[in-house]
Design a protein around this ligand. Sequence first.
Ligand code: NAD
Length: 502
Amino acid sequence: MDSTVRNYLDQYGVSDATRRFLDKSQKMFIGGAWVESSNGATFDIFEPSTGGLITHGPSGTTDDLDRAVAAARQQFDGGEWRRLKPLERERMLHRLADLIETHADELAEIEAIDMGKSVTFAREIDIQGTIDTFRYFAGWPTKLHGRTVEPSIPGNYLAYTRKEPLGVVAAIVPWNFPLQTMAWKVAAALAVGCTVVVKPAELTSLSTLRFAELVQEAGIPDGVVNIVTGKGSVIGAAMSTHPGINKVTFTGSTPVGQEVGRAAVGNLKHVTLELGGKSPVLVLDDADLASAARAVANGVFFNSGQVCDAGTRVYIQRSVHDAFLDELIAVTRTLQMAPGLDRDCYIGPMVSAQQKKAVAGYIELGLREGAKLVHGGGSPEGPGHFIEPAIFAHCKPDMRIVREEIFGPVLVTSPFDTLEEAVSLANDTPFGLATAIYSNDLARVHTLIPQLHAGSVYVNAHSTIDPSMPFGGFKDSGLGKDLGPEQLDYLMETKAVWITLP
Ligand code: NAD
C-alpha cells in the first residue's frame, strides 16, 4: 500500500480489521485453498479517491480456472455438497448471511476503498443487499419442487417432474456493485444446489476475496465456492467455453455480454446476461415536482452514475419542463462530492482514471453535439477520479450522449408534449433495462406501463431493488433474470420422469 492510501485510511479512521485484510498478500480461493496465480502474475489494485496503490491481486490463468472448475465439479458430481439435505443447505446459507452481517462495516469499508463508492451507501445498499440476498435465497432449498401429472395417453403411468441443479455455474461480475452482484449470482446458485466459480472485475476484487474467507468460516465445503481473479479477456473468456461449466451468468457491458453469450450458447451452456442500459424517465405534468426531482437526481447520480439502470434520459412534459429542470438542478447542487470514505459523500470518484476520461469525453462530446450544459460537468484536477454531475438540456434523440451508455454522472433531458411522444422517446433505444414514471395519475401510469419496453418500471421511485423481485433487461439489456423465484428457474433443469404402472 502506498503512503497516499495509508494516509487516506488514517484520515478517515478505517478499522483495524480492514487494514489487516488490505495489508495481507491477496490470494485466490480455489478448492478451499488460498493460492497465487499459477504463473505468479499479479495486477495492481488502485484506490479511486486518491489514485494510490492499495495492493496487488493474483492474475489467474486458464490453469487456475481449470483447477477451480475441477473443484466445483467434484463437489457437484458427488461431493459432500451434493449430498446435503435441503435444510442443511438453508442453514449454511443463513450462517454465511450471519457472518456477512457480523463483518458488514468492514466489508463496506473494503468496498468503499476498492471501488471509491460512498462508505455510507456501501453499508446501507451494497452490504445490506448482500445480506438480504443470502437470507432470501436461504429460504428456497426446501421449497424447490416438481409436479405430479396425470397423462391422458393410453397406458398407466406415474408421471412427474424433478427440479435439478444445472451444475457448475460461472459468475462473471462487474465493478460497480461488486459484492452485491456476486451475491445475486452465488446465493441463488447455492440455494438450488449448484457449485460456483466467480470471476470478480479486475478493478474491484477485494470484497469478493474477503467474502471467500467468510464462506470458509461458514463451513461451506471446499470447492463449492471458488474465486478466480484476473483478466476478463482470459478468465471470463475461458469460462464461456469451458467444458466443465454448465452455466455462465454474466453482468457487464452489452458488447462483452454479446461475446460471452455467443461463446456460451455455441458450446450449449445455459446463459444469463445482465447488460447495459440507457434508462428513460418520464416526468408527467401532474407529478409532485419537488419529490420527483429528488428521486430523479438519486436515480441518475447515485453511485456517481455508475449504475446499470440509472435513469439517464429524462423526458419532461413541456408545461412543467422549466420548473422541473430548476428543481432538479437545485437538488443536484446539494449532492456532496467527496472521497468514498467520507460519511457524507454522495458523489464519489469514478472507479478509475480510464472511466473518468471516458465520462469526461462524453461531456465534451455533448457540447460538440450542441446539447446545452445547464449544470456541472467539470473534471476537478486530481487526486482522485472525480467528475461533477452534469445535466444537459434540450438534447436531440440522435445525439450520441442520448443513445450511448455513459456510465457516469451525466443526465440528458428534453421536453415532450403528448404521452404518445413520451412512449416513443422512451422506447427509442436498443436498451431495455428500466424506465421510471413520475405522476400522481394512476390511470395515466397504468396506460403507460404496458407500452414501455423495459425489464423494470419504477413509479415515483428509481432502482428499487429487493431480492424477491426479478431484475433483468429486455432487448440489448440482457437475457434472463436475477433475483426472485424467476432466477431459480434459470439455474435448474426440469427432468420428466415416466414410470409404467401395472
Ligand atoms: P465489462 O463488460 O467490461 O466487464 C464485466 C465483467 O466481464 C468483468 O468481470 C470483466 O473482467 C469481464 N470480462 C471482460 N472481458 C471479457 C471477455 N472477453 N469475456 C468474458 N468476460 C469478460 O463491464 P464493466 O465495465 O465491469 O461494468 C459496467 C457495465 O456493466 C455497464 O455496461 C453496466 O450497465 C453493466 N451492468 C449491468 C447490470 C445489470 O444488472 N444489467 C448491473 C451492473 C452493471
